[in-house]
Ligand binder design. Structure first.
Ligand SMILES: [Zn+2]
Length: 346
């Protein structure tokens, strides 16, 4: 027991615990002590002293003091053993989804503080604040995630293991627009699109999860499958809420199973038209796989060098995409540079 208690105190200091629970020192006192308002009684003048070296506190207002466990007993009004259990609970690594949710909230806030993030979204044709909010899009300016998460009590090693920061403590997603990838209401990964010269795409080193927004898209009998999240975002913005994304052209078995989870669904594959034909080949192979699974699949043929996102930027509107061909399932025509070429081939 004594050993366990020492271990707890080693892994979580009194000051760290206090800060996790929103205690903020007003000033440093003498001899490297911190002084703030007492969390144990109401006061207006700070009389709560913390000595981080000795890991002890003392309040001159209410006369109480002691170590971390004593503080927890008083703060939560718990007996000794339950206070120890509470601290052990606190030390368990938080579920990754909780950590990712905190990260996403933080990056969403940064998007509104850093005009370069918004400017990038505008450049990619995304300007509807409601869609930006709904997709949970954020921006990582770099350099400040670690401090924020440490303030919430997340240890450095956990952030490193999750891949959110590098070994220097810097944001792994520095200068990237962030999309959270969720599954059944829990964030399972983050996708970061570089706005500068770094490699364009980045995911955390963990599963990318199922198809994007599948909970809402799966109810449609006609589904548009795109390669990238910016394709999805501009299509959603134009009203095509039946668009999902696999983040890349290689679907995982779980994602394939999702596409096939309802009989009679038709899938319109709208991958990028790449110079090296990679998107076209992937579309064709996927269409074959879907057909062999009994799913109707069509390939949306965009003009050379385009993806759905670049199409919208080139001036296409929702009407252009549906014009005259709605009976075939919604999205069917896109505007080429000359605004004449049909972009759709069955
Ligand atoms: Zn007090």
């Amino acid at each position: 027991m004594a050993h366990d208690l020492e271990r707890i105190k080693e892994r979580i200091s009194l000051l760290e615990y206090l800060q996790r629970h929103n205690w903020r020192p007003c000033r440093a006192g003498t001899r490297q002590e911190f002084v703030g308002l007492c969390p144990l009684h109401h006061e207006t003048r700070p009389s709560f002293y913390v000595n981080p070296q000795k890991n002890l506190f003392y309040c001159h207002g209410c006369g109480r003091g002691g170590d971390l466990i004593r503080f927890v007993q008083l703060f939560l009004d718990l007996p000794f053993r339950q206070s120890v259990a509470h601290l052990e609970q606190e030390l368990r690594p938080a579920p990754a989804s909780e950590l990712l949710a905190q990260t996403v909230t933080f990056y969403q806030l940064q998007l509104h503080r850093h005009p370069e993030g918004i400017r990038y979204l505008e450049r990619r044709g995304l300007n509807d604040p409601a869609i930006i909010e709904e997709l949970g899009i954020g921006y990582a300016p770099g350099g400040n995630l670690r401090g924020h998460l440490a303030g919430l009590g997340y240890p450095f090693d956990l952030l490193l293991d999750t891949g959110l920061i590098n070994s220097q403590g810097r944001d792994a997603f520095c200068r990237r627009v962030i999309f959270p990838c969720s599954q059944r209401g829990r964030i399972v990964n983050l996708y970061g699109r570089s706005i500068g010269g770094a490699f364009p795409h980045r995911l955390l080193p963990r599963s990318k999860g199922g198809l994007f927004a599948w909970e809402s898209v799966s109810s449609f009998s006609m589904v548009i499958l795109v390669e990238g999240l910016f394709d999805l975002a501009v299509l959603w913005q134009a009203g095509f809420r039946n668009t999902t994304c696999a983040i890349g052209t290689q679907l995982t078995p779980a994602q394939l199973a999702q596409l096939a989870d309802q009989p009679g669904r038709s899938i319109h594959i709208a991958f990028d038209q790449d110079e090296n034909q990679a998107g076209q080949k992937a579309s064709y192979q996927l269409a074959l796989r879907l057909k062999s699974a009994g799913i109707q699949a069509r390939i949306v043929q965009l003009p050379h060098g385009h993806d759905p996102n670049s199409y919208f930027i080139a001036g296409a509107t929702a009407a252009d995409f549906t014009d005259g061909r709605a009976r075939l399932g919604g999205w069917l025509r896109a505007i080429a540079k000359g605004r004449a070429e049909s972009a759709y081939r069955r």
